[in-house]
Design a protein around this ligand. Structure first.
Ligand code: GDP
Ligand code: MN
Length: 382
């Protein structure tokens, strides 16, 4: 899950990374009160949306007194930034900036390593730096088992050609940032800009953090979880305990197991169609799960046909078939559905489905033919 800047700063703060003091608020009055509590001006009024380039969009303003906080908070709360409505603003003590840098850690899956990036060209989007001046980004790959030792860290910082005054501060923050990334179970931590102040301190002025949801059980992430922005489909799936990701295509997909669900997306593409979602019903095959999954897909205006792709393992084919039939009895499905059922006791499962086949429920014997059928049905109804 992606954190808002103010949550990212809270996350950084818990690993002792220096961030500015501030408060997150949702109303103009609270924004003014928060600024007064910070008890120093200027403060920065920052729109909290999960999209970059807030500064350019007018979502970040320096306020010199309470009246300016009121003016800027009035402008920013409710503002639309690239399709995201601003509901929360973060008021923080303004920093003096001598230089702006870029720092991040993320996973390089191809290299099976962590990737650290550090650049003296901060403040702008890293993609732009990568395109226009790739040599300005110092990269290191860190073996997750070995970790990041101080000598390597120092070499890396030296390679980035920061102002020498920033060296010690950068080494300190980057060491902590790596710890935050690893121990905090993040997939991405990014500070842009990481600033050098005229006084010589190095400080995180922005925070972008993506946490690994699979590690949630190890942490207290309820507060982050509570503010997640989900579309209606994702919210319904989350409540039903389904692994769901909304996409833009027209073939709704239900599969068991994340690997099979991903392959199903590929096969729908291969058949010339486009998936409306990723949905993993997981193990088991009770009707409740199918009811929840089918309801989400059926209510999605993008969906034109539904493809169920199940490979029976511990869950046997006849249980799956019975689950599907019971679910269909409980909801009035508006879209045609194609089932491919294979694996343990698939023959028994198919026998159960056979008497119910028709325009609404169709069956195919292979994954590719089922995908082709679902794509054809979706195209006919587009
Ligand atoms: P983004 O545009 O969404 O990446 O938002 P940032 O938090 O990175 O802020 C954008 C820019 O606003 C920064 O690169 C700074 O130049 C400026 N800015 C943000 N906070 C401060 C501050 O405390 N003092 C000053 N002088 N500038 C700031
Ligand atoms: Mn930024």
């Amino acid at each position: 899950m992606d954190l808002f800047e103010y949550q990212g700063k809270q996350f950084f703060g818990s690993f002792d990374i220096p961030v500015s003091a501030g408060e997150a608020v949702t109303t103009v009055e609270d924004a003014v009160a928060a600024a007064e509590r910070l008890n120093t001006y200027p403060v920065v009024v920052k729109a909290q949306v999960q999209v970059g380039g807030r500064g350019k969009a007018g979502g970040i303003k320096l306020a010199n007194d309470a009246d300016e906080v009121r003016t800027f908070a009035t402008d920013i709360i409710g503002m639309d930034i690239k399709g995201h409505t601003v509901n929360v603003v973060w008021i923080e003590v303004a920093s003096d900036i001598a230089e702006e840098y870029y720092a991040s850690f993320t996973l390089d899956r191809a290299k099976k390593s962590h990737l650290g990036m550090l650049s003296a060209e901060g403040g702008v989007e890293i993609e732009t730096v990568a395109e226009e001046n790739p040599d300005a980004i110092a990269k290191i790959w860190i073996d997750p088992v070995d970790g990041l030792d101080e000598a390597t860290l120092r070499e890396w910082v030296a390679a980035a050609n920061l102002n020498p005054d920033a060296t010690e501060g950068a080494v300190d923050i980057l060491g902590k940032l790596y710890t935050a990334y690893v121990d905090g179970d993040a997939d991405l931590v990014e500070i842009n800009p990481l600033i050098l102040k005229p006084t010589g301190e190095v400080h995180a002025l922005d925070a972008k953090v993506t946490l690994d949801n699979n590690a949630g059980f190890r942490h207290e992430w309820a507060a982050y979880e509570a503010t997640q922005e989900r579309d209606e489909r994702e919210e319904a799936a989350h409540e039903a305990g389904l692994e769901y990701v909304g996409l833009e295509g027209s073939v709704g997909i239900i599969a068991n197991g994340a690997g099979l669900a991903m392959s199903t997306l590929d096969v729908v593409n291969q058949a010339g169609g486009s998936p409306a979602n990723f949905l993993d019903v997981g193990g088991g095959a009770d009707a409740d799960k199918f009811v929840a999954a089918l309801t989400i897909l059926d209510n999605d205006p993008r969906v034109k046909s539904i493809l169920i792709n199940i490979f029976g393992g511990i869950t046997r084919g006849e249980e799956v078939a019975n689950g599907i039939i019971e679910a269909l009895g409980r909801i009035d499905l508006a879209h045609p559905m194609v089932v491919r059922l294979d694996g343990t006791n698939a023959d028994e499962g198919r026998e159960i489905l056979k008497p119910h086949l028709g325009d609404t429920l169709q069956m195919e014997s292979t994954m590719l033919s089922a995908a082709a059928k679902a794509v054809e049905l979706a195209a006919a109804r587009a």
